[in-house]
Write a protein that binds this ligand. Structure first.
Ligand code: PLP
Length: 471
């Protein structure tokens, strides 16, 4: 591709992107395709000779786009959002064009220094005190893994990486059962072992860990010769928004000398609004916090910020410096690959810089406040319908509900059929969860371009689909 063609196709791609976003409401949120259809439509072997871009682009439109689930669709209410403000898409075009690998300061000085600044902007935006620095990771899963490795190393007096875990006292990590499975995976990958992730009983509307039980479990483990390493608290768990009392958990961590990691991957974005910060009161007592601007703030996927109290502990855990990665003459400079598991890293700060400048915090706050208000409104409307019950009250913009089955019918089966019917309809997209072992349907509002009318449309679709299942 020469420069003229590069210009031409870049323009066409940008035009296509604008038309795509503008026309999203006309598409079903989730494609109606069967597994294997797309795979079979792709040639079985790579081409030996160049193909014209016209044909490649035509195949993209014909074969790929109809097989996509549209995460930017204004009526995507499933999972958590991965919303991408148009301005962050523009920043990503530029990042793609430069295609820099930002592992060390000297491999992209501007990427490193902008990241330092933007992480601090976000610290201020979330109301976190000075003293936290941070890094932009690809995902909350990576950030949590980095945190678990750090708590492991601290507990093992920095001998785990060197000697392995054989012959060491058994490490123990504590959380509720409301945390995301990325915590389980971090525990597996860190070699701590699933049986050493101790689940603390929960109580209350937000299913917060019982902190007396937490402290008792830590003390009992220590007395039994086990090695408590850390606690993972959640603010806005994935299933129903489970939220720990972070201040009380932090007090236990402090008394017991344990590392505290807070997973606020989704709910963290809402902390730009001072009125929601009560959900994580005490968070300044954490050793690390993860939140994903790629979920609810509009920074295109992927973009996960890990704030850390003592970056030197993270670096001590993860840094490795062969000769070919040494940055001669720049001792003491930040090389962000030493703060994360992967060596190579994308330039992720640019999209946040563009986003925060083009929108300003106040308009992002308004977006989040609207999402919360619309979800609360929908929850209240559903609760008034005789055939529906709320399973969990809104936590920010997430709640769950259930349709009452006709007597004798299996309630779980009925609600799973309802989710399938809603998603087959295509106008909205929802996902299910289990609450106390029973199926519930989740609803969250978080799309950058959602409106109150989209949420109203969701009410109609849910009721219509439930009625047609019942008839
Ligand atoms: N933590 C919570 C509360 C989540 O909801 C999710 C994903 O939805 C994660 C962590 C994992 O996020 P990521 O996909 O960035 O690894």
């Amino acid at each position: 591709m020469d420069n003229d063609e590069f210009r031409d196709w870049s323009r066409r791609a940008a035009d296509w992107g604008v038309d795509y976003r503008a026309g999203l409401r006309d598409r079903p949120v989730r494609p109606a395709i069967a597994p294997g259809e797309i795979f079979r439509s792709i040639e079985t072997s790579p081409p030996e000779m160049p193909e014209p871009m016209e044909k490649i682009f035509a195949d993209f439109e014909a074969k790929i786009v109809p097989g996509m689930t549209h995460w930017q669709h204004p009526r995507f209410f499933a999972y958590f959002p991965a919303n991408a403000a148009p301005v962050s898409v523009v920043a990503e075009y530029l990042v793609s064009a430069m295609a820099a690998q930002c592992m060390l300061w000297q491999t992209s000085p501007a990427a490193t220094e902008l990241e330092m600044r933007i992480v601090d902007w976000m610290r201020q935006a979330l109301g976190l005190p000075e003293g936290f620095s941070g890094v932009i990771q690809d995902s909350a899963s990576s950030a949590t893994l980095a945190a678990v490795l750090t708590m492991r190393e601290r507990a093992l007096d920095w001998q785990g990486n060197k000697k392995g875990l054989a012959g060491q006292a058994k490490l123990r990590v504590y959380s509720s059962d409301q945390v995301h499975t990325s915590i389980d995976r971090a525990i597996w990958v860190a070699g701590i072992g699933e049986e050493n992730l101790v689940r603390i009983p929960v109580a209350g509307r937000f299913r917060a860990m019982d902190t007396a039980a937490l402290e008792a479990a830590i003390v009992a483990d220590r007395n039994a010769g086990l090695l408590p390493a850390g606690i993972i608290a959640c603010v806005g768990g994935t299933s129903i928004g489970g939220t720990d009392d972070v201040a009380a958990v932090a007090a236990v961590a402090r008394r017991q000398g344990l590392y505290l990691h807070v997973d606020a991957a989704w709910a963290g974005s809402a902390m730009i609004c001072p009125e929601y910060r009560h959900f994580w009161t005490g968070v300044e007592g954490a050793d690390s916090i993860v939140f994903n601007p790629h979920k609810w703030l509009g920074a295109q996927f992927d973009c996960s910020i890990q704030f850390v109290r003592q970056p030197e502990d993270l670096v001590r855990t993860l840094a490795i410096k062969p000769e070919f990665l040494k940055t001669r003459g720049h001792d003491g400079i930040i090389n962000y690959s030493e703060w994360s598991v992967p060596l190579g890293r994308r330039f992720r700060a640019l999209k946040l810089w563009f986003l925060l400048r083009a929108h300003g915090l106040e308009s992002l706050r308004n977006m989040i406040r609207n999402h919360v208000a619309w979800s609360e409104g929908l929850a209240a409307r559903l609760a008034k319908e005789a055939d529906f019950e709320l399973v969990s009250e809104p936590m920010l913009s997430l709640f769950s509900f259930r349709h009452r089955a006709t007597p004798g019918a299996d309630l779980d089966e009925h609600n799973l059929r309802l989710v399938d019917a809603i998603n087959a309809d295509g106008r909205i997209y929802l996902t299910q969860t289990r609450v106390d072992g029973r199926v519930a349907i989740r609803f969250q509002t978080g799309q950058f371009e959602s409106t109150a009318a989209d949420v109203d449309a969701a009410f109609n679709v849910i009721c219509e689909c439930a009625r047609s299942l019942a008839s």
